[in-house]
Write a protein that binds this ligand. Sequence first.
Ligand SMILES: [Zn+2]
Ligand SMILES: [Zn+2]
Length: 214
Amino acid sequence: MQHCCKVGRLTATYDLQHAARDGDVDGYLRARWLGQDEYTETGLRPLKEWFNKQLLKSVYTDHNRSTLATRVDADYEALSGEEPDISLLGELEADGIDGNQLRSDFLSTSTLYRHLTDCLSESKSNNAAEGDSDWEADKVDYAKEVVERSVRESLQSLENKSMIPEATRSTIKTEVILGCPECATQVRFERALERGYICQDHMASEITGPSDGG
Ligand SMILES: [Zn+2]
Ligand SMILES: [Zn+2]
């Protein structure tokens, strides 16, 4: 069967249609992203997490592993990090689950974005995007994925030219680091967003808590 993209393939492979209330994952993602029906407009990252956790729950159900929300949340955190959690991978393996396969199956925000815009032909106007409390983080996530894709292409070429052996086997980590113009303080973008300031001494005069939207 032909699938629109990774999102369509995963939905079919892991039988995720049931995850949405009316059996329509695309309709559900679209409504939440755009803030239609009874849904509050939602950013790509929470939607990506929702999808990936449904995938995890489906696999856990098939392997008789607990699908308690706390368990799924904690395992998802551990699995979706930069470095796989070795003890969790071992635990999953004992339950007959390939944790590395899950890691590569998890959607990225850019894949979900392409599914919504290309496969479902939806778009958000800039005005709508400003009402989306997560668009800033989504945009940075997206930029990091673009960087990683470009690096991967370069590595492929370097490997082909034998300039860096096995270059494509490497993991790539992209960080956006923000620095204080007055002192040596540096902080990751995500951390700055979380704590609400970049430098407490020189750049924290107007702290306003991040909005959670509606
Ligand atoms: Zn698609
Ligand atoms: Zn400073």
